[in-house]
Design a protein around this ligand. Sequence first.
Ligand code: DWN
Ligand code: SAH
Length: 404
Amino acid sequence: MDLCKICDHGLETIISFGEMPISNRFVSDLTTDEFFYDLSLGFCPKCLMVQLENCVDPDMMFNPDYAYFSSISRAMEGHFKEMADEIIVSVSDRPRPFVVELGTNDGIMLKHIAERGVPHLGVEPSANVGASAREKGVNILVEFFNSKCASEIMDSHGQADIICGANVMCHIENINSVFDGVRILLKPEGEFFFEDPYLSNIIQKTSFDQIYDEHVYYFSGLAVSGLAKRHGLELVNMVPQEVHGGSMRYYLKKGSGNPVTNNVDFFLSQEKALNLDSLEGYASFKERVDKICSDFRNVLLKIKADGKRVAAYGATSKSTTLLIYSKVGPGLIDYVSDTTPTKIGKYTPGTHIPVKSYEHFLGDSPPYTVLLAWNHKAEILEKEQEYRKGGGKFITFFPEVTIE
Ligand code: DWN
Ligand code: SAH
């Protein structure tokens, strides 16, 4: 039995997906062997954290070849500009503010803080995306954040008014060390906030493709409030976010007895009503995942049998789980269109579907396109009005397989 990475209690398995490759390691040479690990999701009945049962070594995922550049989407640019504006307002009355962001990536958020001349530091272990942030004027420390890194930052820069991170906390296996680090680095009156895909949304929408190597944790308010307490922090607010298929932003303060918003009570009660505090809440998840996967494969088989071609849109890391678990490869999807220069010309991990440029997609205009980047649906549908007017159809799969 695998043990909880937070409290060492035994985990209960929710679903096992089998062997998976590294989701952001696009393949350039099909003759070299890929690394595979066993992907399975577990629930800790003691601290209520949903988490991967086996984790991949962070150096294998986050390194100078990291394939995901955050600034690929107009909608995400807007989202992170708003986050930066909120930070600017909240530090405006602080005498010498210091903002630390974890998982800065290419500087999509912190560039706005840098532009405003606010002292800041981005902690980003993947050197290539970190270099892209530096080009935007962002101060970057190429390291994995943990309690040791936090002490070093405190010695060199002093404590922080704000520590924040988007889509990064759920990526860090040694999260106890990260929370200890936050307690060390945060000023007594400082604020720590982070956002990640929200467990309630994943379970309700069956958006199981969020489950992959990089996503070690699937946070709920119930689990985060307990984790915070273990580390001398308090969950004081929860604010849902529309991005990435439904995320939650958690706000934490040091100590206890801080003013807590009604939102926390509201979302914790909602999570309890969904039974996310017991294995029962996850009981039908595997069955629903299996149905989506067999429907998805059958739809593609039928289109192929009718002699039509299918492409896909967005070589996302999350689609690794969908494609492999649904047994969908280059026999059913001709290519994946993506705008990221470092992905083009390579093949999808494990399934080896060619990744082609967006210009190729525009010229080809395939009759059917699987929307792998479904979390950017609004932005993509707006951009692809011509494609759809010309008869092109998108295939989506959450909460059920749909052709539109
Ligand atoms: O948590 C994570 C999130 C924030 O980003 C990381 N673990 C890794 C990554 O996950 P992902 O790869 O599933 O993220 P996205 O944002 O769904 O990836 C979108 C992909 O689609 C990118 O490769 C860019 C591409 N794209 C495109 O070709 N045309 C995206 C848009 C919006 C477009 O118009
Ligand atoms: N915040 C960005 C990036 C998300 S991708 C966004 O929301 O778009 C996750 C990022 O976290 C990667 O750039 C990865 O290199 C970084 N990361 C992974 N482990 C980390 C750690 N221990 N400390 C800081 N950053 C980390």
